[in-house]
Ligand binder design. Sequence first.
Ligand code: ADP
Ligand code: MG
Length: 316
Amino acid sequence: SVPLSYFSSIGKLSKEGILLKGSNYIDELTKIKTIAFDKTGTLTYGKFELSEVIPADGNFKKETFLKLAYLAYNAEKNSNHPLAIAICKYYEDKLLSKNNPNYLSNDIFIKLLAKKIKIKSVEEISGKGIVLKYQCNNSKNLKENIFLIGNEKLLKMYDIPIVNSNIGYSTTNVFLVINDKYMGYGSFDDNLKYESRETIAQLSKMGLKNVLLTGDTEKVAEKVAKNLKVDEYYYELLPVDKLNIIEKMSSNDKIAFVGDGINDAPVIKRANVGIAMGNLGSDIAIEASDIIIMNDNLLNIVKGIKIAKYTKKIVH
Ligand code: ADP
Ligand code: MG
């Protein structure tokens, strides 16, 4: 049977916004040796902002940029990925807002585009980006054109080389392709949560090993890992790679995984203790998790472990 103090601790935890899906997670929390974190939306706020647009080497016309923006918006508008949200926000705020000097919604070209281009399909590929297929209404040739928006892995799937002489790698880059032609990339910044560093420091002090798992590039992962002083970091991971790493780690140790769950729900489910961010997290992630941090504050993980350890101590 479950000791009474477990129930009072679960109540105490829930008042702090730490929801446990069962009293067994009090014990599980005390046994964790390694804690793995997703990056975007977990250690960072997941609120990307476009900092730069770098066209492919060569000339770029306004018309081309508008076409890219229009297709990017249509590709991303149904995705809940933090990058998708940033891209759509940029399009709506910067390009379609009347307060903006570059106000474009009356732009004849955008209107023409909407008439000319017929979107046939949009497919999101986890950890890579989006493939949008479209036709041009006015051409006799009704072949399907492909627009890509995503990372280098997505471009590799279609054998598209990146032709930019100087690529900055310290921010998250999103590359664009129209009809086999590489067009350039947008560079996006995200910020670490204010409590991330303190959380990692406290968990280390408690003797836990901290690991970063990300789909982003080596440079971005390294920057975050060094800044936060995590013990290990893995980068350019697909959701399935994260799953394999968790699988391997949990054969030695009890492991927790913390994520916002945008495409990480299976990883949350597989960890001994799966922890989801409640605010930004997806419904599927909340469903797959054992513990939900309601206000997304990472320090609540530290608090949760401390309360669990205390609860166990007074029972034994
Ligand atoms: P993380 O591990 O940081 O949470 P994800 O697995 O969600 O990252 O995504 C990994 C990478 O895949 C992103 O950094 C981005 O380059 C690319 N990507 C994923 N989804 C999208 C999307 N909807 N649009 C553009 N790029 C995407
Ligand atoms: Mg993610």
